[in-house]
Design a binder for this molecule. Structure first.
Ligand code: PDD
Length: 282
């Protein structure tokens, strides 16, 4: 059984208790982070701490752990769960007032702070050998995709629909332009050898993996939206995320990308990112 962290205590997962009035549960009034663990060490820790602080700031949740606290919590969770490879989820809600109300609770209401581990094979993920198939769907999320909130219903619906339709995942589009994947940033490499990736604005999550991967890219980079048809005709495509690292995309809307195998630049980039992650994990 896992040990989790909840509101200052390390407890067995079955003993963690949260109020039925918690605003995370009633309003999805919560933000989160996902940090990967390789060899028992945290990948891109600073980036995730900074993005959590930004997400919290954008919606005005105060009183969450600071960077040193998160580091201590994560190291304790890794040790207690003997985690070698996988993820740690950090979840922070606006807390549990004694009643349900759209109005925020008093400022002295403590946030609910949860962290838990998931053991996963990341570096040798067999999906990376085969590459994933995606289909595009309209981006029906709210207008602040840059805040990492727990409003994940649409992402979950899309992923399930993609699987029901024989694909692995979904890419979202707004007016014909790809924004991002269900839980990953989306990138393509053109036949001219240019990597195209959506610019950082409110339409996408500012991926921590994206930020670490781009400096490792050998190709020229253009940060601009790309269209669904540009993606379908790309030489290579991939997604980036804390849990998938660099994951090749080999089919978009039933259209083979390249020869239908993970592209060589993508495979190289995945290797380079994993090497970088191993060197820099703390
Ligand atoms: N997902 N875009 C969306 C919508 C995401 O949910 C994620 C992360 C990303 C990639 O961001 P990063 O590189 O910082 O992980 C982009 C995480 C992994 C998840 O929810 O499981």
């Amino acid at each position: 059984m896992r040990t989790i962290y909840l509101n200052g205590h390390f407890v067995p997962e079955t003993e963690g208790k949260v109020s039925v009035f918690d605003r995370g549960f009633l309003f999805a009034d919560a933000v989160y982070e996902v940090v990967s663990v390789l060899y028992g060490k945290l990948v891109d820790f600073d980036g995730h701490v900074q993005r959590l602080a930004r997400s919290l700031g954008e919606i005005g949740i105060i009183g969450a752990p600071d960077a040193d606290d998160w580091l201590a919590i994560c190291r304790e969770l890794v040790a207690r769960n003997n985690l070698k490879e996988g993820m740690i989820y950090w979840q922070v809600t606006r807390g549990s007032p004694e009643d349900r109300d759209f109005v925020f609770p008093p400022a002295d209401t403590l946030p609910t702070v949860l962290a838990f581990t998931q053991s996963r094979t990341l570096a040798d993920n067999p999906l990376a050998q085969r590459g994933i198939r995606v289909i595009t769907m309209p981006d029906l999320r709210w207008g602040r995709a840059d805040i990492k909130t727990t409003q994940l219903l649409y992402a979950s619906l899309m992923k399930n629909e993609a699987i029901a339709r024989g694909a692995d995942d979904a890419w979202m589009e707004r007016n014909g332009w790809i924004t991002e994947g269900s839980a990953q940033n989306a990138h393509i490499i053109t036949h001219a050898g240019v990597l195209i990736t959506h610019p950082l604005n409110r339409e996408i999550l500012h991926g921590i993996t994206r930020a670490s991967v781009l400096p490792l890219v050998a190709q020229r980079i253009e940060e601009r939206p790309f269209s669904v048809s540009e993606a379908e005709q790309a030489a290579e495509a991939f997604v980036s995320s804390a849990s998938g690292f660099v994951m090749p995309v080999v089919q978009i809307n039933g259209q083979k990308i390249g020869n239908g195998q993970p592209g060589s630049a993508t495979v190289q980039l995945r290797r380079a990112y994993i090497d970088w992650a191993r060197r820099t994990a703390i």
